[in-house]
Design a protein around this ligand. Structure first.
Ligand code: GLC
Length: 527
């Protein structure tokens, strides 16, 4: 427990690393664990408490690694288990914890158990680990039910003997049958495998999936929604998380104070749908996507923040502006708004997640050529949905040179081009271009994170709204701290304060000579 009796994760700032796009340590054009290890000092200087790694497991990469073929190893292109252990050691020396991604809803069609199931006969014990069914219609040529895949097309694929298997995502991602008694113990072993290596916890992929309606009948509403349905938010899933919580809580502190965490990726339609995941003994945390879903509007953002408080506070439901699945905030809202939103994110009570590159103000790369796109949604929708590659373009570390420093260049050979192309001009966003500039995005994030660490009321706690002029979003964190952002087009007065601690952009003065907030600008104030 931290001094204020909150577990470490309640107020933590967690930095999301998409390993294939972070730093390439061996020049093959794909980011890897040794590359990431080399960047831990950067993360420590940024001032984050933990990192979350999206999947780095062996995978045929049909969905960026969310198609796992071995849950207890490192993809050889990304390194070894030895590299992972080294990462744990190096991050620990910097006081940074590591959260890993757990993908329990589905695996890869390259997983040995799915290969065995394919080779086995319909109705076999091997097939029971997955959801194989006969089709409907003449010769069973129609899928067993009307469920859609999240990535477009039907959620079923037919195999040569005529049966179909269920995949809520890509055909390369068969869903586990959580009603089979072998599945839960298998995942408990996976949990222990990584906890034993000293991780700080898990991010649970599609945590609202796992169990499907036992009859696998048609869904009343055949569109995929975040509402409870035949395939999402089945009540059987809560018991899985209660079991996992017991495992998490059984682990010793391991060099860090406080318990291990698990944060569920739960896309939900309402507070009622989320509440059972957070019930006592359930998941420590679930993501809160309200800021991702909201437009850049003061009343909408206030409603989004209040909606979060209806199901949890930010310590149980960490705040997020973006991740590897959504359009980058700079492109969604504009550059000034994204800077102001960064100060909002880090002033809200609770825990905050920063997706790699947000601290550089990276925009979405919207003009990736079709041939270079990797996201299965692009392929499965015939290009109608462009997909998520635009927020996964490899990081620019240097202002120039091959891949802007993404790949090491001191290896005696020219590195391969990055796995997703970087646009020309990417170097202007690089760490090197920004670090000496006090007005850069990077400087804003560094300063905000330092102030957040030092200010006793930031992190976990409560907020009280200030009713300001129209278009202003303002609250206090008591005692002594206020936040205000102006989303209106005209400048607005600042709330009462003794000092401006940080501003996301230049302030202006009104006719009376007092400081005012211009459009799309936020401030942190001492009161
Ligand atoms: C989650 C991941 C996403 C992935 C999907 C299927 O939503 O964040 O990237 O494609 O699950 O695993």
């Amino acid at each position: 427990m931290a001094a204020d009796n909150n577990p470490w994760w309640a107020g933590a700032v967690v930095y999301q690393v998409y390993p294939r796009s972070y730093a390439d340590g061996d020049g093959d054009g794909v980011g890897d664990l040794p590359g990431l290890i080399g960047r831990v000092p950067y993360l420590a200087a940024l001032g984050v408490d933990a990192i979350w790694l999206t999947p780095f497991y062996p995978s045929p990469l049909n969905d960026g690694g969310y198609d796992v073929s071995d849950y207890m190893d490192v993809d050889p292109r990304l390194g070894t288990l030895g590299d992972f252990d080294r990462l744990i050691g190096v991050t620990r020396n910097h006081g940074i914890r590591v959260i890993v991604d757990l993908v329990p809803n589905h695996c890869s069609w390259d997983h040995p158990l799915f290969k065995k199931a394919l080779a086995a006969a319909p109705g076999s014990h091997e097939r029971e680990l997955f959801l194989f069914r006969d089709g409907r219609g003449p010769d069973g040529a129609e899928p067993p039910n009307n469920w859609p895949s999240q990535f477009g097309g039907p959620a079923w694929t037919r195999v040569p003997d005529g049966q179909w298997y269920l995949h809520l995502f890509d055909a390369s991602q068969p869903d586990w049958n959580w009603r089979d008694p072998r599945v839960a113990p298998m995942f408990e072993e996976i949990l222990r495998f990584w906890l034993d290596r000293g991780i700080g916890g898990f991010r649970v992929d599609v945590a609202h999936g796992l169990f499907k309606d036992a009859t696998l009948g048609d869904a009343a509403d055949a569109s995929l929604t975040n509402r409870p349905s035949a395939y999402y938010h089945r009540p059987e899933v809560y018991a899985v998380y209660r079991d996992w919580r017991l495992i998490l809580d059984s682990y010793p502190a391991d060099g860090f104070p406080g318990s291990r965490t698990a944060v569920g990726e739960v896309w939900a339609d309402s507070a009622e749908t989320i509440a059972p995941y957070l019930a006592p003994g359930g998941l420590p945390q679930v993501f809160n996507f309200e800021l991702v879903k909201s437009r850049w509007s003061a009343p909408e953002l206030r409603a989004a923040i209040d909606a979060t408080h209806a199901f949890a506070d930010g310590s149980r439901a960490p705040w997020v502006l973006g991740n590897h699945d959504v359009v980058r905030p700079v492109t969604r809202w504009g550059k000034d708004a994204a800077r102001a939103a960064a100060l909002l994110l880090l002033a809200l009570p609770g825990s905050a997640y920063i997706y790699q590159g947000e601290e550089l103000g990276l925009p979405e790369v919207e003009d990736i050529p079709a041939a270079a796109r990797r996201d299965p949604t692009f392929r499965r929708t015939g290009g109608k949905v462009v997909g998520r590659d635009g927020c996964r373009v490899p990081m620019p570390w240097l202002a120039g040179g091959a891949s802007f420093g993404f790949s090491r260049t001191d290896l005696g050979f020219t590195p391969a081009p990055p796995w997703l192309p970087q646009p020309p001009g990417w170097g202007a966003y690089s760490v090197a271009a920004q670090q000496g500039d006090p007005d850069s995005f990077l400087s804003l994030y560094r300063t905000a994170l330092r102030l957040r660490r030092d200010h006793p009321v930031l992190g976990a706690g409560a907020l009280r709204w200030l009713d300001g002029p129209e278009g202003v979003l303002a609250f206090v964190r008591e005692p002594g701290f206020a936040f205000a952002a102006n989303l209106a087009s005209e400048p607005r007065p600042l709330p009462p304060h003794t000092e401006v601690l940080l501003a996301s952009g230049p302030l202006v003065t009104d006719e009376a000579g007092a400081l005012a907030l211009p459009r799309d600008t936020a401030v942190w104030l001492a009161q």
